[in-house]
Design a protein around this ligand. Structure first.
Ligand code: HEM
Length: 539
């Protein structure tokens, strides 16, 4: 028998085994997919895979979401569309397209979800429209609260960060056990930079209230990740498990707001309008001035100004701590996996900084390899692999495609940083990518860890300075060794709000402790006096 007729007979036998209802279900799905394909073509949506009716691509997700999208990107390219549940999602995986889209106001909205409704449009990360614009401008002008400290903006930032660097190095030095997991003390140091700037508060890492605050934050991130699918299938919010998760998010948030409100009340009672000391003071003054001028409604777009202040504090904390802590954790891991790079960084630090002091911002121009290594950590780790999802506030024609109002738009930064056409062997860790032939630092156009455009990260300068000071000082004072050379800690990330490493321990071996001792002794009284009188230890 010819092959074709064999196949036909087999197919006829198989179909005869299937019930009429199964068969009609199968053909309905086929018809729905065909119609969806037709609509997509007719509406000129960007190309993309066909999902199932109702659930779209949700049932097809078989790995971490950014890696799943990266696989699709390999087929569909820099702009694609897919259905997640009933929601149309456009994914941009090309630096040029991300820049072009996010420069436009039309792409600057945020998705409406159960989670954003809990936040009620307050804060900065989920705010939109006039409120968002005003708040962005205000935070920028106030330099997150450092405006009133005197001195130039960057010297204030540096003095604040350097102090926390010193506390961190001293904590590592006095740690009794080696190896140990550096995450908790890193977390505390990074949190203290933000907390002292925005609310004049520092914590000890053993402080119970701080531990509870951090627990609530981490729990919040974990629960938020659990509700991921709910953003696309709102019907899920009626499932008992999901309902409980949403309730838990609300109650955790209430507890965090209570703590933040306590800080705000304390500031109110001590407020000196002529000497604001931090972001909370600046906000309280802004509220008073707007009230006096009778334009409170306008400035805060008819939203409650105190609720806005509370959410701003939580937003800045959540945007500025987890991202930085995770990047420094990755930098330690990459130094363990790439001893040759580590050795070169340390040689550069030894020759430029020397054994008697810690690195400072003035050294950075002479530390190209160290800076290039930090950029390569940021590229390779891409801790925010899908940026923060944007949404369209109207129907847009973009690059020959139609993108309807309320489409979710994901900037796939992971694809931008792992595109083999742009980065030779992107899996490899090579700081040289960020150096010119003349050994000068260069940032290729396809490097965008902070996103791009109107909603680009507001803390990029602070983050860069923190990364440079924390990383260079850690590498200068300590050598970093894995607990065992036979089995290095994993480079596989866990995807949550950021992509973070699995728990790991590391040996810190003193190499330039003298630099730490002299830094502790000669800490500049002058720079300290700019902020120290205000900042207090929270107990
Ligand atoms: C390594 C550290 C950091 C990384 C990789 C990072 C990355 C990002 C990214 C990708 C976005 C989303 C941009 C978009 O929506 O298109 C973002 C937004 C934001 N980041 Fe960062 N960030 C970091 C540190 C910080 C710090 C230290 C702060 C503040 C102190 C901060 C404050 C913000 C804020 C407020 C937004 C929201 C902006 C808006 O919606 O208008 N970030 N960041």
């Amino acid at each position: 028998m010819a092959l074709e007729s064999k196949i036909l007979t087999w197919a006829a036998e198989e179909i005869s085994k299937v019930s009429f209802w199964n068969l009609s279900f199968f053909f309905s799905i086929l018809a729905a997919i065909t119609i969806a394909q037709k609509i997509k073509k007719e509406k000129k949506y960007p190309p993309g895979p066909n999902g199932f009716p109702l659930t779209g691509m949700l049932p097809r997700i078989n790995k971490q979401f950014h890696l799943f999208l990266f696989d699709l990107w390999k087929t569909f390219g820099g702009i694609m569309s897919l259905k997640m549940g009933n929601q149309l999602v456009v994914v941009l995986g090309d630096a040029k397209l991300i820049r072009a889209a996010f420069a436009k106001q039309e792409f600057s909205a945020r998705p409406k979800s159960e989670f954003s409704s809990i936040l009620g449009g307050y804060g900065i990360i989920n705010a939109e429209g006039k409120l968002w614009k005003n708040q962005r401008r205000f935070l920028h002008q106030q330099k997150f609260g450092m405006k009133h400290w005197g001195g130039s903006g960057s010297s204030q930032m540096e003095s604040r960060i350097s102090d926390e660097v010193l506390y961190l190095l001293s904590s590592i030095e006095s740690e009794k056990t080696n190896p140990f997991d550096p995450a908790p003390i890193l977390n505390c140091a990074i949190s203290n930079v933000i907390c002292s700037i925005i609310m004049s508060t520092r914590f000890h890492h053993n402080d119970k209230r701080f531990q509870r605050f951090m627990f609530l934050f981490n729990e919040g991130f974990r629960l938020f990740t659990l509700t991921g699918a709910m953003a696309y299938l709102p019907i899920m919010k009626h499932l008992p498990g999901v309902k409980n998760t949403v309730e838990q998010i609300k109650s955790n948030r209430d507890e965090m707001l209570e703590f933040v409100q306590f800080i705000v009340e304390e500031h109110k009672s001590q407020l000196d309008r002529n000497n604001p000391k931090d972001l909370v003071d600046s906000y309280l003054i802004e509220i008073e001035q707007a009230r006096e001028a009778g334009n409170l409604e306008q400035v805060f777009d008819s939203m409650d100004p105190e609720k806005q202040l509370q959410q701003i504090l939580l937003d800045i904390f959540s945007a500025g701590v987890e991202t930085l802590k995770t990047t420094i954790q990755w930098s330690i891991l990459h130094m363990i996996h790439n001893p040759e790079v580590r050795r070169k960084v340390q040689e550069e630090l030894d020759s430029v900084v020397g054994p008697h002091r810690l690195p400072c911002m003035d050294d950075m121009a002479s530390l190209p390899y160290t800076r290039a290594t930090i950029y390569e950590v940021q590229r390779r780790a891409t801790v925010v692999p899908m940026g923060t999802t944007h949404a369209t506030d109207r129907t847009i024609e973009f690059e020959g495609h139609t993108i309807p109002k309320n489409t979710h738009v994901i900037p796939l930064l992971y694809a931008v940083h792992m595109d083999p056409e742009v980065w030779d062997q992107p899996e490899e860790f090579r700081p040289e990518r960020f150096l010119t032939a003349e050994n000068k630092v260069q940032k290729p156009k396809n490097f965008m860890p902070f996103g791009s455009g109107q909603r680009m990260c507001l803390g990029d300068s602070l983050a860069e300075m923190e990364l440079q000071l924390f990383f260079s000082s850690l590498m200068h004072v300590f050598d970093i060794q894995p607990p065992s050379q036979d089995e290095l800690p994993s480079l596989e990330g866990i995807a949550g709000v950021t992509v973070y490493p699995k728990d790991f321990e590391v040996n810190f071996i003193a190499r330039n402790v003298e630099a730490l001792i002299s830094a502790n002794v000669s800490r500049s009284k002058q720079t300290e006096s700019e902020w120290k009188p205000h900042v207090r230890m929270y107990a």
